[in-house]
Write a protein that binds this ligand. Sequence first.
Ligand code: SME
Length: 173
Amino acid sequence: MYTAFSKTGNIKEDDRAFIEACRLYIEDAHSVFGHISNLSNIAALIYDYLDDINWAGFYLFDGEKLVLGPFQGEPACTRILLTRGVCGAAAREKKTLVVEDVEKFPGHIACSSASKSELVVPLLLDGNLLGVIDIDSPSVGRFSDREARLIEELSSFVSHSLANDWVLNYHLN
Ligand code: SME
């Protein structure tokens, strides 16, 4: 049974506990269904752990565009070209984007009018794009270096967990 995080108030300790919990929830996938389960739980863990957010989830790269994956929050756009939005920019540039105010980001895709700031971290494997982790907040300036580094650490082992799956990585071959 899952017990929600009881935070100690020590951000470093709490972040470690979050990362360890995420590691525990990555099971051997065996099939694409197993990956869907893993990513679903990771989205739920992010949503539970980070305060003041209204969306957390995955977009997966199919070799051409980003396709909506497991997430928590309101329904979202299902396809994002790499030329569009914060997600597309992070995927194209293969780098983390912290957007303080989405209204000032040219081309931002407003899936929800409630979202005011955004953090997008690419999922990379040996420099190849697998997708992105996207997190939205209803507050301007919600995300700092702390969240960026934390989600980059998460992204690194999530990417490795996807490494050997022929369905998710077929476009890399
Ligand atoms: N705002 C994103 C689109 C995805 S939603 O936030 C869930 C973007 O500009 O790429």
